[in-house]
Design a protein around this ligand. Structure first.
Ligand SMILES: [Zn+2]
Length: 352
């Protein structure tokens, strides 16, 4: 008997391009959401974009509320939830880099309200995905969140964000290569459900980014265009899979461990990029495919070594040998690595 069923939750309006911030209210009006908006933003993002969105809503007669968050925390999520209730908000808009968007989408999830993503930087694939992540104590929790109903990505604003955020976004996409390999491995060894469609889309997204690496240069607005489109397509792959599997494998577990061992040392995307070099080596060994990942990262100016991440050798070895302790998903690291093997892979790939 055929008894499969699936939900694919995709953004309805994806608006990308030069100056599109001014189309935010139109993109939202088209969703027929009721009530007043609540904007979640950070001090910098508010200046870059948040205030303009508030003014546009006010001009249309809506009465937007604003919560400014300084850091990603469960307390901040709680504050947004309380404000939304107190102000009787109808839907949430996250305006910013990673943090305000993560917080807004987690708050939307518990409020059961619509959420719109207005990224001011292209630093990771969370700008379009239905997963949120906040640090708590010495770990980082990835939790269910509301996928955006609309994404408004103004390439003029994103191109002006700090360059390292862009290279981090690129590295997060390049890491899809190894995420898909881990997913296929889990399918073969653990019968984890695998979607050919989502896997192919995710891998193709990484390939397109690598193929277009020449057009990704500091100061070029076209770079923001290429990277945002890739982040959107990576998010779509996750929606199709109804899982973060297409974009998150052992390289992400490696990065989660680094968050614990060396908190705040490097950006998420940069950590998973280096993680991808290591886990691609573990998947394909001497055939040298790990070099393609390393060269792509190096070409973009993203870190490829522990030094460039600002962490020491010991942190790399510890992250590799403890990644299996995160029992979140089956990956190439799930059976554990001993220290000698971890040192070998990190040395051969030039990470340490
Ligand atoms: Zn990621």
């Amino acid at each position: 008997m055929f008894d499969k069923s699936t939900w694919i939750r995709l953004p309805r309006n994806v608006v990308v391009g030069h100056g599109v911030l001014s189309q935010t209210t139109d993109a939202i009006a088209e969703l027929h959401l009721g009530g007043h908006p609540l904007l979640v933003t950070s001090p910098t993002a508010r200046e870059m974009a948040g205030d303009r969105v508030v003014e546009a809503f006010a001009a249309d007669g809506a009465e937007p509320s604003v919560v400014v968050v300084e850091e990603a925390s469960f307390a901040a999520v709680e504050r947004v939830i309380e404000t939304a209730r107190a102000e009787d908000s109808g839907f949430l808009i996250g305006v910013g880099g990673g943090k305000p968007i993560d917080i807004a989408k987690m708050a939307s999830h518990s409020l059961e309200m619509g959420f719109v993503s207005v990224p001011t930087a292209a630093s990771h694939d969370g700008i379009v995905s239905g997963r949120g992540s906040v640090p708590e104590g010495d770990t980082r929790h990835s939790v269910a969140a509301e996928p955006p109903l609309a994404v408004v990505a103004d390439t003029e604003i994103i191109a002006n964000a700090p360059w390292e955020l862009m290279t981090a976004g690129c590295a997060d996409i390049i890491s899809n290569y190894t995420a898909v390999r881990d997913w296929q491995l889990a399918h073969r060894l653990q019968n984890v459900e695998y979607s050919e469609y989502a896997g192919a889309l995710s891998r193709m997204t990484a390939e397109m980014l690598v193929d277009n690496a020449d057009s990704i240069k500091k100061g070029l607005e076209e770079s923001a265009w290429v990277v945002v489109k890739a982040l959107v397509s990576s998010g779509v792959a996750m929606s199709i899979a109804d899982s973060s599997r297409p974009a998150s494998g052992a390289e992400h577990l490696f990065s989660h461990q680094l968050d614990r061992i060396a908190p705040g040392a490097a950006l998420h995307g940069h950590q998973v990029g280096v993680g991808s070099i290591l886990t691609e080596y573990l998947h394909s060994g001497a055939d040298g495919r790990w070099k393609n990942i390393r060269d792509a990262l190096a070409g973009l100016g993203a870190p490829t070594t522990a030094d460039e991440l600002g962490i020491d050798e010991g942190a790399v070895i510890e992250a590799l040998t403890t990644a299996h302790e995160i029992r979140d998903r089956y990956t190439i690291l799930s059976n554990g690595m001993n220290e000698a093997a971890a040192r070998e892979v990190a040395t051969v790939t030039g990470v340490i």
